[in-house]
Write a protein of this length. Structure first.
Lengths: 242, 242
């Protein structure tokens, strides 16, 4: 399938990353960990597309189905952008994504929504955390990767649809706030736990996330704390005050 | 939800169609049955999007997942085009689609693929029949609806992906041809059976399909025979000779 299998002549430094890449001129320009970052983003977006399409199929009204379908299609467009950048770097996108398949699949398996509202909360929470993460990580990236990452996560206002539907549901039945608030907390816990695990297993990616700091785990911990704070603020606007 | 409920002042001729529409100037220009045709097309495309996204999630390779995802996204773009036309005619898209939800959902419930290959065959067969149907129906449509219907079904070459994968699988294991051939026959039987039922239940739509002929059922029968012939030719190119 790929031309960049482990048996090819890849320098040890490049091979240390999870995704293999030929030592081409383009790839040499990007810091270690960037292919990993693009791989994890690409697979996360691809799976987000499938999950949103699945949730959309469960919507009762045709208008909601179509609105969620639009969110899903937007995620797929973002996946295509990231995949394009991986290809520009002469890396096989499958190879770049593969090391992150298990971690991301596990996150989704552990957070399967039990109904339409939980699906909406998950879409909203996931979108918010991903957007914050991209804004934070953008600071430590090379200019062209930074531009891509910021473009990918530019707010299309689609998360607002999910938020509006959840607020409506809570207004109609205030008891929902408790259950959905717990669900949101579980989601952010699972997401950050899985992200910690992924960072721990991918040294080059962890180095990138930490901005080259020696105290990587501390830096990553601080980043996750910021993500959690921003998440908590979003929960308040959603009517799910902690 | 809609402003065009059955209690509104809709002339009997318009109310005979399954979808209600205000007697606006735009709607008056299109023959009876056109809103039904657009409604059935829109819902078929929306559901095709969900089904393809579901099948894509089952693909083993990341490249296959992405390729099926692209097909799904293309279906959604076509859905958006048809929905836009319904809105231009001042009809609520949900109202236009609703009469066809049960029939199309039933088709999919009766033809749930049991594996990835059956999903690919279904995508290919469905896409082919839909494209042929649109080409045939285009002849009896008003110019702007005709343009839309032809644009919607313009071949994007994506069905070729499904066909190539099925051919590969049959070359690798020729015994598959028997099972998949039977499956394709069942699909076309279910599709045309369901289409007959939908036409029988929607007089204005049936009139449109028959090109205004008095012998509607005969005309529709001839159209379905042509669809079956074209399907049989495609099966040969797929390696599933009857």
């Amino acid at each position: 399938m790929t031309q960049n299998g482990p048996d090819d002549a890849v320098p040890p430094a490049a091979a240390a990353g999870a995704a293999t890449a030929p030592a081409g001129a383009e790839t040499a320009d990007v810091p270690p960990g960037v292919v990993d970052l693009l791989g994890v983003l690409a697979y996360a977006l691809l799976v987000a597309f499938f999950r949103l399409a699945e949730d959309a199929a469960l919507a009762e009204s045709l208008a909601d189905k179509a609105a969620l379908g639009e969110m899903a299609v937007a995620e797929f467009g973002q996946f295509q952008m990231v995949r394009g950048r991986i290809q520009e770097l002469n890396v096989d996108p499958d190879e770049a994504m593969r090391p992150f398949v298990d971690g991301i699949d596990e996150f989704h398996a552990r957070t399967a929504p039990s109904d339409w509202l939980e699906g909406l909360v998950k879409a909203y929470v996931g979108d918010g955390i991903a957007a914050d993460f991209c804004r934070m990580i953008a600071e430590v990236l090379d200019p062209s990767t930074r531009e891509l990452v910021l473009a990918v996560r530019r707010d299309t206002g689609q998360a607002e649809f999910a938020a509006a539907r959840v607020r409506q549901a809570i207004e109609a039945d205030p008891r929902l706030a408790g259950r959905l608030g717990l669900w949101a907390r579980r989601l952010v816990g699972e997401a950050l736990g899985q992200a910690q695990r992924i960072a721990a297993e991918h040294e080059a990616l962890a180095g990138l996330l930490a901005g080259g700091e020696v105290t990587q785990l501390g830096e990553i911990g601080r980043m996750f704390a910021q993500l959690t704070d921003a998440h908590a603020r979003r929960m308040v606007t959603l009517g799910l005050a902690e």
